[in-house]
Design a protein around this ligand. Structure first.
Ligand code: BJ8
Length: 394
């Protein structure tokens, strides 16, 4: 349990937004939809990372859901096969697959909905986990260059995407036409633009929505069909645009770091319960998922390769783009402080912390680093540190 704030900094209550109900209500409808399309022969692809372009999957006539695990209950199953000292996201995700494939009841029903996993060569933990995954579910691994800034990287990734497109054609039995790819690029860009509209509204002081509410919306991005998701975001923006908020004194916080997969809301919950006002998340469940658009005027394969290589993930090197993005977001959202949130044993984000801290220090933006897992045992201690941080930046 997260403690109540003891002092004047009370938890920020955003206006109650009825359009958020849509996201809850559409959950079961989406499961029914996926079962239905599968019964009619549509392939459903499970992914674990933003680097796998949705556009290619949809253009080949398949559907997709993201399987990143944010829950603790599947971790012990994973620890029977994997080392304990790897990040909880990997263990939770793997445990869910093993549980589902061995007839277990712990997992959310998502794993049973996929015909294949399309994985990606990002961090070491994931790459090695993907070598074991085919024992449980068919798996295709999309390779990624690790130095995205070079021209060789672009050529390599573009040809990798084309190969992936051919693979999808074989899987679905459909031809992946350039027209279909362009259509899906336009569709994904539409989603990205809507999310920009949503995040723009959070620049208000105070924002008309909680960070924990935004997180639950962003997590749905990876489960709902694109048109369902857009419908919900559009309604939410319409509602938020009608709201006038009263000025208040809470500190404006950016969370930056590892993704917060469905089931993991720990960091947002603690910050808000301690009175912080979360205004933006630099993460894969935040800006990283939608900030950059795909250039619709270019050859679609080139445009996709360029856009996806720009994702500022700490698995890439060097990752100056992310450092610049964090500073830029901190200024755009007028933040009072940054909570740098990492998952335990995520070396990429944990090591990159130093460069982020140095860049923020230059801009005189305070930063608090929190490394955590999916368990409850450190909630109190994190709460104390967040409390002290909020006090310091008041
Ligand atoms: S684009 S952040 S979704 S790789 S937290 S599993 S990096 S040890 S999830 Fe990620 Fe794609 Fe990058 Fe985003 Fe490894 Fe770190 Fe665990 Fe991670």
């Amino acid at each position: 349990m997260v403690e109540e704030p003891e002092d004047a900094r009370m938890m920020y209550m955003s206006p109650s937004l009825s359009s958020l109900d849509y996201f809850m209500e559409s959950y079961q409808a989406r499961i029914d939809q996926l079962n239905e399309v599968r019964n009619k022969g549509t392939k459903v692809v499970g992914t674990f990372c933003l680097f796998v372009p949705d556009e290619i999957i949809f253009a080949a006539g398949a559907d997709r859901i993201v399987l990143c695990g944010g829950r603790t209950d599947t971790i012990p199953i994973a620890e029977q096969s994997l080392p304990r000292n790897i990040c909880p996201l990997i263990k939770s995700s793997f445990g869910a697959v093993v549980d589902a494939c061995c007839g277990g009841k712990l997992s959310c029903p998502h794993v049973q909905l996929v015909d294949i996993v399309v994985a990606e060569a990002t961090c070491d933990g994931k790459k090695k986990m993907y070598e074991i995954l085919p024992e449980y579910v068919p798996t295709y691994v999309l390779d990624l260059p690790q130095k995205p800034g070079s021209s060789e990287a672009l050529d390599y990734f573009r040809s990798g995407l084309r190969k992936f497109g051919q693979f999808m054609e074989g899987l679905t039995g459909n031809v992946l036409s350039e027209d279909a790819l362009r259509r899906e690029i336009r569709s994904s860009n539409e989603t990205r633009k809507l999310l920009h509209r949503l995040f723009e509204l959070r620049k208000q002081d105070p924002p008309p929505i909680l960070g924990s509410e935004i997180l639950s919306v962003m997590q749905k991005q990876f489960f709902l069909a694109p048109n369902q998701f857009r419908q919900g975001v559009s309604r939410l923006c319409d509602e938020m645009e009608q709201i006038t908020t009263e000025p208040r004194s809470g500190r404006r916080i950016m969370i930056s770091g590892c993704p917060m997969a469905a089931g993991n809301t720990k960091m947002s919950d603690i910050i808000e319960q301690k009175g912080g006002v979360i205004v933006v998340e630099e993460s894969c469940t935040g800006t990283r998922s939608f900030w950059d658009l795909v250039d619709e005027s270019k050859n679609p394969w080139t445009a996709l390769a360029e856009r996806y290589l720009e994702i500022p993930c700490a698995c890439m090197t060097p990752n100056d783009r992310r450092i610049a993005r964090i500073v830029d977001l901190a200024k755009q959202y007028n933040v009072d402080g940054v909570v740098y949130y990492t998952l335990q044993f995520c070396h990429a984000y944990n090591i990159e912390r130093l460069r982020v801290q140095q860049a923020l220090k230059k801009e005189k933006i305070p930063m608090l680093a929190i490394e955590s897992d999916y368990g409850d045992s450190d909630i109190e201690q994190i709460g104390i540190r967040v409390d002290a941080f909020l006090e310091m930046i008041s």
